[in-house]
Design a protein around this ligand. Sequence first.
Ligand code: GDP
Ligand code: MG
Length: 599
Amino acid sequence: VPVERIRNFSIIAHIDHGKSTLADRLLEYTGALSDREKQDQFLDNMELERERGITIKAQSVRLNYKADDGLDYELNLIDTPGHVDFNYEVSRSLAACEGALLVVDASQGVEAQTLANVYLALENNLEIIPVFNKIDLPGADIDRVKREVEEVIGLDCSDAVPASAKEGIGMREILEAVVKRVPPPKTAGEDAPLRALLVDSWYDAYRGAMALIRVVDGTIRPGMKIKMMATKAEYEVTELGVFAPFARSIAELGPGEAGFFAASIKTVRDCKVGDTITEMRRQASERLPGFREVKPMVFCGIFPTEPNEYPNLREALEKLQLNDSALSWEPETSEALGFGFRCGFLGMLHMDIVQERLEREYDLDLITTAPSVVYHVHLTDGTMTPVENPSRLPDPVKIDHIEEPYFKVSIHVPSTYVGAVLKLCEERRGVQKAIQYASQDRVIIVYELPLGEVLFDFFDKLKSATKGYASMDYELAGYRESPLVRVDMLINGDKVDALSAIVHREKAQWLGRGLAEKLRGIVPRQQYEVAIQAAIGGKIIARETVRAMRKDVTAKCYGGDISRKRKLLEKQKEGKKRMKAVGSVDIPQEAFHAILKVE
Ligand code: GDP
Ligand code: MG
């Protein structure tokens, strides 16, 4: 179809407001999915995503739609992930679109992520079409949601579409709104020198690195020799295709179209997301505006339980990084854990997902250390070193002062929970910035909080303090000076570097004691007594003892009936994988995360 009849759009929403369900329904409605192929939540295609019920990677699907004006349109639906950790991917997907459906659950209203997504859409100059979803629910209140969107976001809702993704209500109205209101892609034409935006890339075991692209100018075809303008890598396109929704080869992708290509790309680093692809023979002079670089916020060490797995772990990280440009890593050596990698993530969910993918998709047994933020350590000689690993904190006598990262956190809650939220933020050393009414009974609370205090369990605590009603969004607010110290843990007198933590001076005693107590419960009994100590500088601040194993206890266990014995053995075998011998003591994985559990 001509470019005037192409529409590229995305669906944005707060989590659980029905984005995936709506995408499925639109696929079905346009006939992209037959009944036989129908499978709930088609776009959430990774096994892991399905289990967690979240969408991680952006995906694009081409839909063919005959509109009320009798003409055929090509609609490209670019899916976006729905979690705060993945905002950079949302932004990236939106850069490939001209419009967005803003899905708001009509029984819930505007949430923190609704607002954050709208800002991203506005930054990308998208036409926003509000869709009020779940109107089949008895609690749906379209008038109230309309008022909220207009007041909080300032978006005109006179043409908002009421819908139920669950029952398939409003699908035609939504597609008509896309055709009429989303502008067609802007282009220099199909004969102009090729410029295509590399939106996403991933690794395919058979075809090498694959790229999702959005063509802006010109046309790309199989056999074409191409060049990545930033990395200067040169390749020949071996395969060109679209997802409709299953991968299908096509002869060309013209202006405004989205699709994927393979080019036997062996060096995964050549496929840099945000790069511009042009034709070798007729190169474009200017790159497209790329994406803003994202910086990892959370770091942790990842070590193989078996030292000979180290090369496999490196290879797995290389492949994962291709699919996930926000993941960073570099080699790290720990006295306790040996050779591994220090990895950087956007947030805790991102970290969990990477760890799970490494173990599941690459079949690795790993020990991961507790997450840490990046501290700015100013030395007495006037220089600053970023420290992302507590065990690498310079000698205190060389430190002038330490700064820690702060987040600006916006929390949306029903007004009855304001007190509970303020209490939580104050406990976490927060600085109140604003309290504002979104509507009569909904409040937006803005705090600046040290990232180290919100990273681990803040969201869980927030959810339980507000019976699940709070929603949250965050952004980096810069670095502030804090009185921070390092707490070290010693096992039988040996410092275990992977257990060190950096913490506010006033919380150090409490943390050291709590950590020693937790570890006492986690470190398994040995033939001899094990001392667990916490220290600040050289000074011991807490001590716990793991008593030696009593002979008769083991005797009893192993003397039991055979099935019980087998169960025990199996359990031991499983546990074994996740243990690491530190000195003469086997330390289980759990120990390295004990800090997250100190109450
Ligand atoms: P996402 O997180 O935005 O992708 O949301 P999902 O599409 O996964 O939907 C979240 C939950 O809301 C699921 O349990 C859906 O079945 C449900 N849901 C989605 N749309 C509707 C709707 O129109 N009506 C009702 N009653 N439930 C819906
Ligand atoms: Mg979803």
